[in-house]
Design a protein around this ligand. Structure first.
Ligand code: PSU
Ligand code: MN
Length: 305
C-alpha cells in the first residue's frame, strides 16, 4: 500500500477480505452543498451504502494525507471547512506535498480510489465540457481521468449547466463507455431526460459488473461511466431547469467567473434560483447513485469470488 494514503480500519478490513467497498468524493461536501445539509447528505449517503451491503470510503486529503474512509468527526470538520482546496489531478500532489487539506473532485477521487484498491465510486454529477468551451477551453479533468483510471463511476448524468452533447463526444473520443441505467436516454442530473441517447444501456447491477469484467479481460484501461436517472419523485422538469441554468450562466458570464470557481458558482446559483429545490434533487440523486454503486460493488465481489 502506498504510504501517502490512509485507509480507515473498516475500509482496510473490507478490502483485505474482498468485501464490497464504494468510494465517495468530497468536493460535493465542501463545494457542492451548503452547511449543514452537506454533512447530513454525507452521512446519509454512507448509510445507504451500508444498507446495501457495502462499506463507504469517503476520500479527501487531510493535512497532506489522502484518506479513504473518514470517521464522523473528520467528516463534520471537513463539512465546515470553508477554505478546503478543490483538488483534481493537477493539484492532488500539491496538497499532499504541502500538507494541505482538500476535497477531491471526481478525477481526484478516482485516483484515490485506485490507490486504495476500490473499484466502484458514487457521485452526483461528473464535470464535463462547459458551454462555450470552444472559446474558454473549459473541459473538466474528470473526462480525462475517466479515460485512464480504472473505476466504475455512478453518476446521474452530467449537469445540464454543461454542454451535454460535447461531453458525450469527448467521452466517446476518449474511449469511455457511458451506460444508461434502465434508460435509453442520457439523464441530465436534475432531470431524467436530456434529449440525447445513452450510448449503452443495462438494466441491472449484475450486468454492469459483468460488462466491467469483460472490459478488464480485454485489457482496456480506464473507467466506466454509469448514468442513473434521478428518481421520478425528485426530478425537475428539464424546461424549468433550463430557465434557472440560463440565468445562472448569464450571471457567471457577467461576473467573469472562471476556472475552478465555475462549477461551485453555478451550483450555488441554481440553489438560489430554485429556492432550494435543486439541492433537494441533488441529495435525492446522490442517495440513489449510492444505492446502485453499492449493488454494483456487491455484484463485482460476488463475480470475483
Ligand atoms: N456534482 C455535484 N456537486 C459537485 C460536483 C459534482 O453534484 O460539487 C463537483 C465534482 O467534484 C466534480 C466537480 O468532479 O464538481 C467538477 O468540477 P470542474 O467542472 O471544475 O472540473
Ligand atoms: Mn473547469
Amino acid at each position: 500500500m502506498n504510504d501517502l494514503i490512509t485507509l480507515s480500519a473498516e475500509v482496510a478490513d473490507a478490502l483485505a477480505a474482498k468485501r464490497p467497498v464504494v468510494a465517495l468524493e468530497s468536493t460535493i461536501i465542501t463545494h457542492g452543498m451548503p452547511w449543514p445539509r452537506n454533512l447530513e447528505m454525507a452521512r446519509r449517503v454512507e448509510g445507504v451504502i451500508r444498507d446495501n451491503g457495502a462499506v463507504p470510503a469517503t476520500i479527501a486529503v487531510i493535512d497532506g494525507r489522502i484518506h479513504a474512509g473518514l470517521d464522523d468527526a473528520t467528516l463534520e470538520t471537513l463539512a465546515q471547512t470553508s477554505d478546503a482546496l478543490k483538488l483534481s489531478r493537477a493539484d492532488l500532489a500539491y496538497a499532499v506535498h504541502a500538507g494541505r487539506t482538500g476535497a477531491t473532485t471526481v478525477a481526484a477521487t478516482m485516483i484515490g480510489a485506485r490507490l486504495a484498491g476500490v473499484d466502484v465510486f458514487a457521485t452526483g454529477g461528473i464535470g464535463g465540457v462547459h458551454r462555450g468551451a470552444s472559446e474558454s477551453f473549459d473541459i473538466s479533468a474528470d473526462l480525462e481521468e475517466l479515460s485512464k483510471t480504472d473505476t466504475i463511476v455512478v453518476c446521474a448524468g452530467a449537469k445540464a449547466i454543461l454542454d451535454l452533447e460535447k461531453t458525450l463526444e469527448v467521452l466517446e473520443t476518449k474511449g469511455v463507455p457511458v451506460i444508461g441505467y434502465g434508460t435509453d436516454e442520457l439523464p441530465a442530473f436534475w432531470s431524467r431526460t436530456s434529449g440525447l441517447a445513452a450510448p449503452l444501456r443495462f438494466d441491472s447491477a449484475a450486468e454492469i459488473a459483468g460488462f466491467a469484467g469483460t472490459r478488464r479481460r480485454l485489457g482496456l484501461a480506464g473507467g466506466v461511466l454509469v448514468a442513473n436517472p434521478v428518481p421520478e419523485a425528485a426530478a425537475i422538469d428539464a424546461a424549468v431547469v433550463k430557465t434557472w441554468i440560463d440565468a445562472a450562466l448569464a450571471e457567471a458570464e457577467a461576473r467573469g467567473i472562471k476556472g475552478k470557481a465555475v462549477t461551485p458558482f453555478l451550483l450555488s446559483k441554481m440553489f438560489d434560483l430554485s429556492e432550494g429545490r435543486s439541492l433537494e434533487t441533488n441529495i435525492a440523486l446522490v442517495l440513489n447513485n449510492a444505492e446502485l454503486a453499492a449493488k454494483i460493488a456487491v455484484a463485482l465481489a460476488r463475480e470475483r469470488g
